[in-house]
Design a protein around this ligand. Sequence first.
Ligand code: DC
Length: 229
Amino acid sequence: MKNRLAVAIDGPSGAGKSTIAKLLAQELGFLYVDTGALYRAIGYEVIKRGGKPDDAEFVTGLLPELNVELKCGSGAQFVFVNGCDVSDLIRSPEVSMAASAVSAMPEVRRFLFNLQRDTALKNDVIMDGRDIGTVVLPDADIKIFLTASVEDRARRRFAELIQKGVETSYTDVLDDMKKRDYNDSHRKTAPLKAAHDAIKVDTTGNTLEQSVNILKELILNFISNGKKK
Ligand code: DC
């Protein structure tokens, strides 16, 4: 781990983690890892096979049948399950809620732990998720907890979904976001919370460029003051 640089970005849904992390990774030459996509892939498989995402017995029984792989670059990431690329299938509101449900199960978190950890051991990463700074990479070089008001986050997520052609309403997105916030921060295993040594950044009202610049400065300061890439 120590020869590699690891930037952990945690925070609630829609705070801009993945958009910002992707841009920073491209610009700074890191590997971008979106760990939410892994939980989404499990949620998607559960639905596809006719299971209920909150049925722990079904979900944990399915895990041994799943081979989840990440193929990442600096700009894009693809998730494969049993050799099939599911990257485009895991972005629907239904899969978002399923991902939130399965992510509360300790077996699911254990199942995905090594994949995340190994990726960070082998690469300089910007990894985004909910428990990266607290559980997956507690020794990350820089930990950022990115947040924004729930209304701001719902507005951004709504715009993204509309752009992708998903039929939904702002109110539905806001309600889903509140539910996911609650689930993600109240679950027993690895709940969403800022690591004690995380830098908190609130992006409410910021443009994307402003938020990217704030994080870029934090990372570049770290690199120039300490470890070199
Ligand atoms: O970041 P996202 O919206 O794609 O994440 C989907 C769900 O997965 C989210 O509700 C919480 C969960 N998740 C998690 O529990 N831990 C992570 N490291 C990443 C995501």
